[in-house]
Design a binder for this molecule. Structure first.
Ligand code: ZN
Length: 233
């Protein structure tokens, strides 16, 4: 993705490799004439870190266990005779693995946040750090309840609290998925034309894609007006 020429659908913002572009935008279906050359606004190094998706992967792992633990405990309370040893093993395994995945999520989250926003001090990121710290504590707390032989009810309560924090974190993170990365913006000096201005700084982007546009006046014009970039100062 990094070394390829990228193009972006102006109306819907879909970004893809130029070489993969067919006759229409795969996301919104408008003709390829609405595409413009696109250059990632962040440095290749930042992009590389973000493109590894360590944080989302780690989160999915930990979410699995966070949800599984209270559900299995409740299940076992309702059906105590259903494969008791197996279910107990799965619960214990999940409780053992959870804090490890939480640590991975936490560290990758810090890395991701710093890479993405160049700071961790924004209100949203602070909330995420507070809630993820709580999940971490609760995750290790579950270890504690098992190791110290507490009643399963204590483990259940701790696991439900952890799940609640995880849900809150998911809701916080949801809003961050579509944010535009702060970087070296390529501002448009003139009124945007059908051809995007040449990108400056790190590597030129040739407006190859529009070299021979198939003009579909109506389709191409309307969305252009809506283009977010076009309205930027
Ligand atoms: Zn599109």
């Amino acid at each position: 993705m990094i070394d390829e020429e990228l193009v972006r659908c102006r109306p819907c913002g879909y970004v893809m490799k130029e070489s993969d572009l067919g006759d229409v935008c795969p996301a919104c279906g408008l003709p390829r004439s609405v595409f413009e050359p696109y250059r990632e606004k962040v440095s290749p190094k930042r992009l590389l870190i973000l493109s590894l998706d360590i944080h989302p992967i780690a989160i999915h792992l930990s979410q699995t266990f966070v949800a599984l633990i209270p559900l299995l405990i409740i299940f076992q309370m309702i059906f105590p005779d259903f494969y008791t040893t197996v279910v107990t093993s799965v619960i214990n395994f999940s409780i053992f693995v959870l804090p490890l995945t939480l640590v991975l999520s936490f560290i990758s989250g810090l890395l991701d946040g710093v890479t993405r926003f160049k700071t961790l001090r924004t209100p949203l990121l602070k909330s995420k750090i507070i809630f993820s710290s709580m999940v971490l504590v609760l995750g290790f707390g579950m270890w504690g309840t098992v190791l110290s032989g507490q009643s399963i009810w204590v483990t259940l309560i701790v696991s439900i609290l952890a799940l609640a924090c995880a849900v809150k974190l998911g809701l916080l993170g949801k809003h961050l998925i579509d944010v535009i990365l702060p970087g070296t913006y390529v501002r448009r000096k003139k009124k945007p034309t059908k051809y995007a201005p040449k990108a400056k700084a790190e590597g030129e982007v040739k407006p190859k894609i529009n070299a021979a546009p198939k003009p579909k006046a109506e389709n191409a014009e309307k969305p252009k007006a809506k283009s977010k970039d076009a309205q930027e100062e």
